[in-house]
Design a protein around this ligand. Structure first.
Ligand code: AMP
Length: 402
């Protein structure tokens, strides 16, 4: 029997998201999520897409091992067990691959050590990702486990874009440089945008705007990333749901020296209490729109700051690329909020960037063009699919040998 299934795992500190896909025809067989791992109130939500049924389990799951075993049991009930010979590999989302991992990589002990070595630059994410990999390895030691890195797509950035203008020796010593994140999404969306235009990715320059609760922009030249807005951590760049994005670093010194705030307090302020939430107390774009319609000035100003930053990045990446063939909106806000797309490109007609009102207003599931007929630059909405991309990269690596 040919092994064509890939299980994709996205392991957080107390959560485990998963999807089982069949790469023969790129279909999803099952999706699910375990939340609150390690608490008494753990919850497993499992949906089998071949039988259209959702099951929910509530009750303590002590650790990731217990969580993955519970997932395996659910999959087995649907005839999709992890012991099936049809399972080719397990693909893991790993947030930080540093400069070392430029490609999806089959995990062995050396790879585990290297991901571990990156913990100081990704203390929030890599430990949880590692736990997921180790748990899956224990469950199916015979199966290829593939790490797919959020940073990998950005490793093609030239040094001019990847380096900060700080003392070079200090930067090297502490591995301080711009790594970028959301890479799996930027890779998928830039390629899907080329497909939508009926062109090869190598022939197309694309600006990708991944606007979700976290948000990042990238400039992709001929399928390779040449700049992206997130940096050493996901804090840099666009205004996000709760993150500030770009900021004069001296603000941090000021808040500590004059405001008496601790390092951790400033960290929390900038990552969790800033962005749209910090500006108006709300990070959901739907609610911000609702409040703007009711005449709320705080929500209006938050929106304007968000859009102003977005426009600056569109202009910057236009200049970085020189020639732009397409601009793609993706993720929760980018895919659903027509008013954000319209505002982001408002006044940029001179650059060849415009949104057709009617096309923009049409809701749809697939990739679609929203620029006016005959526009010089195609503007598109391209739903992202990070799990499909992880599965595709995993399967391409292990192929039918798994
Ligand atoms: P993500 O992180 O990609 O899941 O995106 C989550 C964000 O998408 C939420 O915080 C919402 O602000 C936004 N979002 C989702 N649906 C809509 C919608 N219909 N209109 C505006 N914003 C939306």
């Amino acid at each position: 029997m040919t092994a064509t299934r890939v299980l994709v795992l996205n392991s957080g500190s107390s959560s485990l998201k998963y999807q089982l896909l069949d790469m023969r025809d790129a279909t999803r067989l099952a999706v699910g999520l375990v939340e609150r791992i390690g608490e008494r109130t753990s919850r497993l939500q499992h949906t089998c897409l071949t039988a259209e049924g959702t099951r929910e389990h509530n009750g303590p799951l002590a650790d990731h091992d217990a969580a993955l075993k519970a997932v395996a049991e659910e999959l087995a009930k649907d005839g999709l067990g992890l012991d099936s010979p049809e399972l080719a590999a397990i693909g893991h989302r790993v947030v930080h691959g540093g400069m070392f991992f430029t490609e999806p990589t089959v995990v062995d002990s050396a790879v585990l050590t290297e991901i571990e070595r990156l913990i100081p630059v990704a203390p929030l994410h890599n430990p949880a990702n590692l736990t997921g990999i180790r748990t899956a390895m224990a469950l199916r030691p015979d199966l290829p486990q593939v790490a797919v890195f959020d940073t990998a797509f950005h490793t093609t950035m030239p040094e001019s874009a990847a380096r900060y203008a700080i003392d070079a020796r200090t930067a090297d010593r502490y591995r301080v440089r711009r790594y970028g994140f959301h890479g799996t999404s930027h890779a998928y969306v830039s390629r899907a945008t080329a497909e939508l235009l009926g062109r090869a990715p190598e022939d197309v320059n694309v600006i990708v705007l991944h606007l979700g609760n976290g948000a990042s922009a990238s400039a992709v030249r001929g399928g390779r990333c040449v700049d992206t807005s997130m940096g050493f951590t996901p804090l840099e760049g666009l205004v996000m749901g709760t993150r500030s994005g770009d900021l004069d670093p001296a603000v941090i010194f000021h808040l500590q020296r004059v405001g008496g705030m601790s390092m951790d307090e400033v960290d929390t302020l900038l990552n969790k209490k800033s962005g749209l939430f910090g500006l108006c107390g709300e990070n959901d774009m739907r609610e911000i729109r609702h409040r703007m319609e009711e005449g709320d000035d705080g929500a209006r100003l938050a929106f304007e700051i968000y859009i102003h930053r977005l426009k600056k990045y569109v202009g910057a990446y236009y200049a970085v690329l020189g020639t732009v063939d397409a601009l793609a909106f993706t993720a929760g806000v980018g895919e659903n909020a027509a008013f954000v797309r319209e505002a982001a490109l408002d006044g940029l007609e001179g650059l060849g960037l415009a949104v057709d009102r009617e096309r923009n207003a049409v809701r749809g599931d697939g990739a679609r063009l929203i620029s006016p007929e005959g526009a010089r630059i195609a503007v598109a909405v391209v739903p992202t699919d990070e799990e499909m991309e992880i599965a595709a990269q995993t399967y391409a690596l292990v192929g039918k040998d798994g």
